[in-house]
Design a protein. Structure first.
Length: 255
């Protein structure tokens, strides 16, 4: 594979270095905000669905030295960059890359074993088909638009991969929050935490972070049922267009 069209970018104050396309789809701050939202409590087994070059899963692997992480990605080029990122960051003993079409249930079942994860994270395609013009770059279109999979597919696979009591954490456009909550709940993933992301203090939210918990069978719930916790909003930049203290923490910068 020719990497001349890619860049190598250090994040988290140099704790990770990630190859990504120079043009087309590149990861954004939203991925690191999701990793921050997941929290510090370690888990043993993580799946990063729609992983792209692997930023979320690799950030969590770096945070939790004992965690085993699977990066699941549809596009061959992005999956190859994810593999290179795993190797370059010295994480090949704990992080693997699976090239898989999550929108095809039978294919996903064959590639990823069920009930194998404590945590599933995802920044899935955000835009419904027909909701607006599609970006011309094919790779970017697959990453941003529900061409090959939607949130119903994501919710199905998250539920299948999680153990009872396991968590799914997703970043998504805030104007599609109702659809996201419905898809998760429809698969038995009970929304437990919600946090809106505002680009600036006076701006409306444009993203949302949601954590859902897989319930048990026979009326049991792991952990015991509680209502949905709506957490204080996360503001990315202050009035002076500087990152806020919490955004800097998510990015690995000193407060």
């Amino acid at each position: 594979m020719n990497f001349d069209d890619d860049t190598r970018d250090e994040i988290l104050r140099g704790r990770l270095a990630l190859w990504q396309p120079r043009a087309g789809y590149r990861f954004s701050v939203d991925s690191l905000l999701l990793a921050h939202f997941v929290g510090a409590r370690p888990v043993a087994r993580v799946a990063d669905l729609c992983a792209g070059v692997g930023v979320i899963g690799l950030a969590l692997a770096r945070r939790w030295p004992a965690a085993c992480v699977t990066l699941a990605e549809l596009q061959p080029r992005m999956a190859e960059l994810a593999r290179r990122n795993v190797e370059d960051n010295g994480l090949a003993d704990r992080v693997s890359v699976v090239e898989v079409d999550l929108g095809h249930a039978a294919t996903a079942r064959a590639a990823l074993p069920g009930a194998s994860c404590d945590l599933v994270v995802a920044s899935p395609p955000w835009f419904e088909l027909g909701a607006g013009p599609m970006v011309p770059d094919e790779s970017e279109a697959l990453a941003r638009h529900e061409v090959r999979m939607g949130i119903a597919d994501l919710s199905r696979e998250a539920r299948r991969l999680l153990v009872p009591g396991g968590r799914a954490a997703v970043v998504f456009p805030s104007d599609r929050l109702v659809a996201l909550l419905g898809a998760l709940d429809g698969e038995g993933l009970r929304p437990a935490r919600l946090r809106l992301i505002h680009p600036r203090p006076a701006a409306p939210a444009n993203r949302v972070l949601v954590e859902a918990v897989k319930g048990g069978r026979s009326g049991k719930s792991y952990p015991p049922r509680r209502g949905l916790a709506v957490e204080p909003p996360l503001v990315v930049r202050d009035e002076g267009d500087r990152y806020t203290a919490e955004a800097r923490a998510a990015l690995g910068e000193p407060e």
